[in-house]
Design a protein around this ligand. Sequence first.
Ligand code: ATP
Ligand code: MG
Length: 337
Amino acid sequence: FDLRNEDLKDLQELGQGNGGSVKKVEHIPTGKIMAKKIVLIDAKPAVRKQILRELQIMHDCNSKYIISFWGAFIADPNICMCIELMDKGSLDGIYKKIGPIEIDVVGMVALAVLEGLTYLYDVHRIIHRDIKPSNILFNSQGEIKICDFGVSGELINSIADTFVGTSTYMSPERIQGAQYTVKSDVWSLGVSLIELALGRFPFSESVSDDSDLSDLEGTLSPARPGSMNSLASLGLPPSRKRTSATAKKDKRKSKGVSLQGGGMTMSILELLQHIVNEPAPRLTPEGRFPKQAENFVDSCLLKDPDQRKTPKDLLNDEWIIYAKTSPIDLEVWASTF
Ligand code: ATP
Ligand code: MG
């Protein structure tokens, strides 16, 4: 059905990201409750129309591991997407509220994400490109679904042109400028699973309730003059480098990274360098988690993409097969917070 902004009543703010905000809304004509995502796009009207056309593919994405799509429209200057409301929110919000997530539930998250990624790729040839806890959603029926995948090439371009994301779930090969493949998503899944199991972002040593950029400072050595050079040595693709022209356009919250000055900027470059040069993070300390969980995470975080398995292959992993028969009832688990 045709969605119009006038028919939507804002009920509650659900969250904010780098690219916009998400609100709980009611579609007045039908009484349906949905999540409305407003994407700030600095693009010409023709490009916005193209994005809207490309987003229509989401109507054909039907899987219980993928968020349902109700429609999209342009509300100048923004693009709005109406998607299924997941009443327990995203997994980053959940662990920040209840602490580290028990490992058997983390296994069920891994299973759901692999199923979702396999569906997107096998049926639609879509690579997600942004797997992280904030894009894995949960509801009180105990369902786990992924959202914010790269359906629209134009949208990916527009976002890449206007801001540099946090990028910290990015695989070593992506940081070095290689093409995205389904295996890059597997790396991001590995990082995300460690984050859920430990209750903190794995590249940081300290525990913090705001786990992303704020605590990287403590982990990495302080900014050094000259470390800007590392951008070139990392081989970041040109579209990721920000010019002063695009910097001016960036009115997003400070979590966004600016390449102009500031210690935070250097930290991000150093983090990217760390991902490329240092051993991958692991589920630690050894022995705290089941061996199968450790092995699975290690296989997601193989630094050489040729050695890393695809989501489809990983569905046959021992730990994932175990998760399929898990006695845990996620609907009951959902009722505990
Ligand atoms: P980034 O912009 O870096 O990708 P993000 O994923 O947190 O970060 P958004 O995609 O804008 O940013 O989402 C903001 C927040 O809104 C999410 O963290 C999530 O908690 C919440 N959210 C998003 N979609 C839904 C949904 N369908 N149902 C419920 N909550 C949602
Ligand atoms: Mg998101």
